[in-house]
Write a protein that binds this ligand. Structure first.
Ligand code: GLY
Length: 366
């Protein structure tokens, strides 16, 4: 079976992202060294447990790894401190000590919650990420960002806690609901826009195969996106500078999610609208030519219909000022300059931001 290993090297820890179709069934073999003589707790949600937990547990147990399963409720609204507390109580009841390893099996919420719990349980235990959605495979599971939401906003509590390893099996994406699959692809497309023209072209040239989940093309999309994320995180673990480029589409995307109370849009879909807005801003400020702007916008819109909705532009502008990426009242944008190159900027006139938010509002209503 084919497996590639993509290194992530950060000051706090170096580890590998192991990637290959069918890898879940070989988890014991891949993770055996890391988990040797350790107790492991798999944290997951019910739909993922039903579909994939058995495969993982069987493989771990065949390698002599003692594993227990803990379930958390499914959905973004459970990405809260209370979920962490409940999981921690269960760990204590089951006698989990400082030597345990937590294994996150699931999408972005499971990865973020499990990573956060691992970073604070008994002042820190190991975590291994086994992401099962596109979004988690190309983004959430890599790079050590963990977090939960507050009523006031997304990911406002969190830590950096790098995993011991990440195991990515693109074959598990076969069973992902179509909307969730597409929403994750926007984050992969983002990787192409910020740093990999070849990956971007793959989205232009092989869109049909990607949407049809052709295993070979999907594996390439995931592997290229992981490589991009791994290289950015390796260069800037704590988002001192370069890592901010991963926030392309997130400045306006987060504001849209918060303004619409996290209901009509999946995270990737909000990022999609945000990327169109960022492209509009780049075009209006003369940072991007119109042909490239058209290619980016067409690629984003090429994945089918984004959910229709509406919002007040003034409210979005207000939210932008209170985002956690905003420092001393200055809103930072990541803007495309060409395919594979972006710029971090803080001097976008408010009128241009307003016009970009109006522009996507029109598209979102049509
Ligand atoms: N999701 C953006 C980052 O990991 O920095």
């Amino acid at each position: 079976m084919f497996m590639i290993s993509i290194p992530v090297a950060t000051p706090s820890r170096s580890y590998e992202v192991l990637l290959g179709s069918g890898l879940l069934a070989r988890a014991g073999e891949c993770l055996g060294k890391i988990l040797e003589n350790r107790r492991a707790f798999v944290i997951t949600v019910s739909p993922v447990r039903r579909r994939w937990a058995k495969v993982l547990l069987k493989s771990l147990s065949a390698s002599g790894i003692e594993t227990e399963l803990l379930e958390m409720p499914d959905g973004e609204r459970w990405k809260r401190l209370t979920t962490l507390e409940k999981l921690a109580e269960k760990l204590v009841k089951q006698g989990a000590d400082r030597g345990v390893t937590l294994i996150a099996l699931g999408g972005g919420v499971v990865c973020d919650v499990t990573g956060f719990l691992a970073s604070i349980y008994m002042r820190g235990v190991d975590v291994i990420q086994v992401p099962t959605t596109v979004l988690a495979q190309v983004d959430a599971a890599i790079g050590g960002k963990t977090g939960v939401n507050l009523v006031s906003g997304k990911n406002l509590l969190g830590t950096f806690h790098q995993p011991r390893a990440v195991l990515v099996d693109p074959a598990v994406l076969e069973t992902l609901p179509s909307r969730e699959y597409c929403a994750g692809l926007y984050e992969a497309l983002k990787c192409g826009i910020i740093g990999d023209p070849g990956l971007f072209r793959l989205f232009e040239d092989r869109r049909r195969e990607i949407l049809d989940r052709d295993p070979v093309v999907v594996e390439k999309v995931i592997a290229d996106s992981v490589r991009l994320k791994a290289s950015v995180v390796s260069a800037d673990e704590r988002e001192g500078g370069l890592r901010q480029v991963l926030n392309l589409g997130h400045t306006i995307g987060h504001a849209l999610e918060a303004e619409t109370r996290y209901t009509p849009l999946l995270h990737g879909e909000a990022v999609a609208w945000g990327m169109i807005a960022a492209t509009h801003i780049a075009l209006s400020t003369g940072k991007l030519d119109s042909v490239t702007a058209g290619r980016i916008t067409n690629s984003v819109l090429g994945f089918g219909r984004l959910p229709r909705m509406t919002w007040q532009t003034a409210s979005i502008l207000k939210r932008l000022r209170s985002d956690k990426k905003t420092r001393q009242g200055v809103v930072h944008f990541i803007l495309p300059r060409e395919i594979g190159k972006v710029e971090i900027t803080s001097d976008v006139p408010e009128a241009i931001v307003r016009s970009a938010v109006d522009e996507i509002r029109k598209l979102a209503r049509d």
